[in-house]
Structures are given as C-alpha cells and as structure tokens.
Design a protein. Structure first.
Length: 648
C-alpha cells in the first residue's frame, strides 16, 4: 500500500489561496524551524495579542520545559476580543449551531464576546478563580463554547467530559481533578432520544467530592430537571443578572489551561494537562497552516467537545483564526442519511473536518446520495484519529465536492495537543493513506527499541525529539506517571506509543498503537480499563480485551473471559457484562462480543498473550509463533470455545 501510493499535487484552485503554496518553500521553512525553533515560535507569537511579551522563547528540555516563561497572554482575548476589535470580523458569525432535530442558532463574534464576559462574571460570583478546576459535561452547544471561553478568560482550568460517558466515568474525573463546580446541560439528543445529562451528574455526585455548585443549562426546557437547592443553579438565571464586562486575566504562557482525560495503558485514565498559552500558540499555528483557516472560511468540525480535537481545531485554533464555525448536536445521519450533506449545503461549508469513521459512513450511504446535494463549495476535507484507508480517501475525493477536493489526513494525540503530522494542503502533495509530513518546529523520527533511527520504508516507534508548545505538561496529580509514560522509553524524546513508517518521499504512515490502547470510531479506549471493569464482576475470573478490525469503525473491542465455576456462561451473562462496561465507561466501549473460554493463552510467567486472541478472531486460528506459550494444548479448545460463544 505504501509503495504504491501516488503523489497527488494540490489543485491550483486550492493552492492560490493557501498560506503555503510550494513544496520547496515547505522544506526550506521546515529546515529553518528545526535549526532555530525559537525564531519560528516567535514568528507565530507575533500574530497573537500579548499582555506582556519578553524573552526567552524556550527554556529547558523534556519533561521540564517552558515556552515564553514570564510572558503573559490570554487565550480568550486572542480567540474573541481580537476579532471584535477588527471591524471586518466584529459582526461576522462566529458560531452557527444546528441540532439533528433541526433547531438552529447563530452568534456573532460581538455577541460571543458579551456572553463570554457575562459567564466569566458568573464564575467569579461563584467564588471561582485562576487555577481552580471545573468539570464541563455538555454536548456541542453555543453555551458550551461560552462556558469554556469564560474559563480561559479567567485562567480557570476546565475539564470537558464527553457527554456520552457514564456516571461512574464522570465521577472518577470530577473527583480525581478536585473540580469545584460542574457545568452541565440538562439533556442532549442523539438519534431522536433525549439523554438526561443532569441526572447523570446527580448520580456522579453521590459520595464525597469537592463540588460546591452545579450550573445547569436547560437546553431542553421541557425536560424535567431535578435541582438540588443550594447547590444547583440555573444558567439563564445567573446570566440574566451578570454584567457584560469582565477583563481578561493576564496569564503566564505556561499556566495550566485545560485538563482532558484519555485512555492510557493502565486501567486508570490519565488527566492530561495542557498549558493555556502554549496550547494557543501551537493550535493557532496548526490551524493556520494545516487547515489554511481564515475569517473567510465556513468550517465544520464534527468532533464532540468531549474530545481534544474540538479544542485544538475549533475552540482555540479555529476561533483564533477568526473562522465561522458550525457546531452540530446529535448524529450525522439522523433523522435521514443525508443530514450531514444538508448542513454542508445550507452553510456552504468549504472545509470539513471529521473522523474516518464518519467519512466511511458517508461512503456506505453511497455517492448517489452525496450527489443530491450541492457540495461544490467543498475545498478541503480533514481527518484525524485513526487510519484513513485509501478506499475511503478515493471515495471522498471523487464524491464530495467537484472531484478536486484536497484531503488532509492528520495525525495527533491528546498528549501532543495538535497534529505534528499532516499535509500543508496548498504546498505538499497528498498520498492516499499517509499522514503527511512533520509540522514546523517538530522533529519526528522512527526508531527501533534501542533508539536507533530505522531506514526509510521500515517500521519502528514514532518519537518526537524536541519540545513544542502543545506537548502535554503533566498528568494531573501524577508527575511520576507523566515521566514514566512518555519520557523513559527513549531518554530525551517523547514516546508516542504509535508505530510508523517513513517512505522515500518523506511521508509518514502511522500503523497503529504499540500498547494496549485501541481506537473505536476514533474514540481511544484502554483495553485494560475494559478488562478492569469485567474483572470487577463476580462471575469473571480473567478477562482480556482485544481489537478486531472493522470496516466502518476501524476497530471494535472483543472480550474474552473465563468464568467462576459457580456461574454459567450464558447469553444473559454476556449481556450483563456488556451492560457493565457501558455503565463503567460508556456505550461506545461496549464489546462487540464476549467469548467465554475455558483457558487463556499465557506465557510461562503468566501473562495473557493477546496477540493470539487477536489471531483467533481474525483468522480462526493462531498462525504466529507459539513457542512462548505455557500450555500449547489449550489452543484447540480455545478455538472451539470461540466458535461456540460467537453468538454471545
Ligand atoms: O494511534 C494514533 C491514532 O489515535 C491516537 C490518538 O488518539 P487521541 O488521543 O484520541 O487523538 C486525539 C487526536 C488529536 C494515536 O496515538 N491516530 C490519530 N490520528 C491518526 C491515528 N492513527 C492513524 N492515522 C491517523 N491519522
């Protein structure tokens, strides 16, 4: 696949309006940015508004580094105030909101400015201040943006929790971050079903915690919303009394700005801490050069605010670039498969950012459907989160737009706070399936287990050798885990946990994780987290979860369990275990199948060999090396067990 992939230059129609128009220019600027990263980041900093800007630009090395230490800027001021001061963008639409049920709202930059200042005053009235943590349990809504920007204005560290997470998962995040307040919507909608978010918050707050207030947005006024007197407050009530003026607080570039939990290689999710100012600096640069985003664009990023992609490319990067953005609530193909096309047509979207799963869903609904809508204004399709297979790539190019749309498959992680690999869409050629080339100021390499660079064309560990402003600064409350997770494998470099290949043209191909994390529809799930949930059930003695490749979702989780003798391995038990994972983590982590097995394949030291389980579900047999297996007699039985429990 890698060897055969053609180099496709960007079309002239796109190139002419791009920030970077030439491959040689990319190479020259890339080399210069690596030779002198401080000069590159200073150039980016020149385009932002600072409250105080001094030297130095970069200090320290991984894991203790800083960008513009002692210099001060405010993220919200750069994302909102700056565009209000500019007469061209002042009354331009910042956010279009549309829900799957057809409800629509619009907010200009000026209106956004007023709402954000009001909510910042609400936060102050609740006694919240710089450095405090708040949990945000809301879907993609205009008010969600207001709330988050207000936090950024005051230096209150926000933690968005995906509104599909269960009460248990929400509780874990609220408690472990020491959140002082929860900001939530009363409900959300998906596929016509109303999901009661406030009730989930109430369940999450049973037991000890530090939360003093819950601010509730009655997004669905007709949905009954239980309120706890003294603790719960109504968003609109608070806003109706709030003053519309609240100055932006001066914050050190390295002060924590946001906290987002992601799956790691152990059962406990990691609270990734990003520096506010550093995040702005980097995400502005990524969004400008990888999306060519400007105030002229109408742009739709379908990511949920619970995932960092929204913060990188919409909330911070997108607004810093002054774009008009669409926020969508609900399912992209509900109430009919053409729903996403309807939105693209209505707003004449020219840049669409989504996940491979969503693009593959569009492909499944067929070209004919896409052609019923006017999608001629589409110029750029961006993707992140999982491999974008060449078949989907070709379909997107052919069927969405005029046949010359530019496709940018970007690679990034919650920890990298941006996408160190992507195309420069007007300059570098595309290759269906590849993740493009390194971003300015990012030195990526592919190495073997000893840290030696591998030759082009060979797979190895993907690492980043130098510091960059959006690199995670900590794991909340666990510095030791932060260092151990990312900086001990190859001292002096950031270890991504991904394997990759660089081809002869300098394009990178990300092959997948080298750890126990799987990507389901772009949602990152720790198989160990799922295993802990299963083992916690009285019937389960041992559990192993592996990913099975799936055409639509990329990967789906499949579980293997051995059952205690006092229980019967039945379809009812399988349903119970699936329900337990849904409850502990969320429905997106629900295993496709639970296989009851008599024994697990193990090494002599007792470790479950998950590779063999993967081979059995993919090929029906273990094909690879079995010399490490403690008891090879179990294999036949295992294959039979899997066959028999395939209906569970
Ligand atoms: O394995 C890589 C995969 O997704 C992981 C990161 O997931 P998450 O932190 O949820 O991503 C947030 C995105 C800002 C990576 O370690 N991944 C991401 N992009 C790609 C990818 N795998 C292949 N191709 C990609 N384009």
């Amino acid at each position: 696949m890698i060897a055969e992939s053609p180099l496709i230059p960007p079309p002239e129609s796109y190139r002419k309006d791009s920030y970077l128009r030439d491959e040689a220019e990319y190479r020259a600027r890339y080399e210069a940015s690596i030779a002198d990263p401080a000069a590159f980041w200073s150039e980016i900093a020149d385009e932002l508004v600072w409250q105080h800007r001094g030297e130095p630009v970069i200090t320290g090395q991984m894991p203790d580094f800083q960008f513009f230490p002692g210099s001060q800027l405010n993220v919200c001021e750069n994302c909102v105030d700056r565009h209000v001061e500019n007469p061209w963008t002042r009354n331009k639409v910042a956010l279009f909101f549309e829900s799957e049920d057809g409800h629509r709202e619009t907010l200009t930059y000026l209106q956004l400015h007023q709402e954000v200042q009001k909510f910042a005053n609400v936060l102050i009235s609740l006694g919240l201040k710089k450095g405090d943590v708040v949990s945000v349990y809301m879907q993609n809504l205009i008010e969600t943006y207001v709330v988050l920007l207000a936090c950024l204005r005051l230096g209150i560290v926000y933690n968005t929790v995906f509104a599909g997470f269960s009460a248990e998962a929400l509780r874990e995040r609220i408690v472990s971050s020491g959140a002082k307040a929860v900001l939530c919507a009363n409900a959300s909608v998906r596929r016509g079903k109303i999901l009661p978010l406030k009730e989930t918050v109430d369940q999450a707050l049973v037991g000890p915690h530090d939360v003093e207030h819950v601010v509730v947005l009655r997004h669905f006024p007709d949905v009954g919303t239980p309120m706890t007197p003294g603790r719960d407050l109504d968003y609109h009530d608070l806003m109706s009394h709030a003053s519309p003026e609240c100055p932006a607080v001066a914050l050190d570039t390295n002060d924590p700005g946001l906290l987002i939990f992601t799956s790691g290689t152990s059962g406990k999710p990691k609270g990734i801490v990003h520096a506010g100012g550093g995040f702005l600096l980097g995400t502005y640069a990524f969004t400008k050069y990888q999306l060519d985003l400007s105030p002229e664009d109408v742009y739709w990023n379908t990511a949920d605010i619970g995932w960092l992609t929204s913060h990188i490319f919409v909330l911070v990067g997108g607004l810093a670039c002054g774009a008009t953005t669409i926020l969508y609530e609900g399912a992209l193909d509900y109430p009919h498969p053409g729903r996403a096309y309807e939105v693209l047509e209505r707003y004449r979207v020219n840049k669409l950012f989504s996940a491979p799963t969503a693009y593959r869903m569009m492909m499944k609904h067929g070209t004919e459907l896409a052609q019923k809508y006017d999608l001629t204004h589409l110029q750029l399709l961006i993707s992140v989160g999982e491999p974008l297979n060449p078949e989907a790539w070709q379909w997107m190019r052919r069927s969405l737009g005029k046949g010359d749309v530019v496709i940018n498959n970007t690679w990034g992680q919650t920890e990298t706070g941006g996408t160190p690999l992507a195309s420069f869409p007007g300059a570098t050629s595309m290759k269906p399936g590849s993740c493009g080339v390194p971003f300015f100021g990012h030195r990526l390499d592919i190495v073997d287990a000893d840290g030696q660079a591998v030759a082009d064309g060979n797979p190895g560990y993907l690492i980043i050798r130098n510091v960059f402003p959006t690199l995670a600064r900590d794991i909340f409350g666990d510095r030791e885990r932060y260092i151990r997770s990312y900086f001990t494998q190859l001292p002096g470099a950031y270890f991504t946990g991904d394997s990759a290949v660089r081809d002869a043209d300098g394009h990178f191909w990300v092959l997948g994780r080298v750890d126990d994390v799987i990507n389901v529809s772009g949602h990152r799930i720790s198989t160990m987290e799922m295993e802990s949930s299963l083992i916690d059930h009285g019937a389960v003695v041992e559990a192993a979860v592996v990913g099975r490749p799936d055409e639509l979702k990329g990967m789906v989780p499949v579980a293997f369990v051995t059952v205690d003798k006092s229980y019967v391995a039945s379809p009812e038990l399988a349903a119970e275990l699936k329900a337990k994972i849904t409850l502990d983590i969320g429905s997106f982590a629900r295993p496709e199948r639970i296989h009851f097995v008599t024994a697990m394949p193990k090494t002599r030291s007792g470790k479950i060999i998950r590779r063999m389980l993967r081979e059995i579900i993919q090929d029906g047999a273990v094909r690879g090396d079995i010399t490490g297996l403690e008891d090879s007699d179990i294999l036949d039985k295992l294959v039979t067990d899997v066959g028999e429990s395939s209906s569970s």
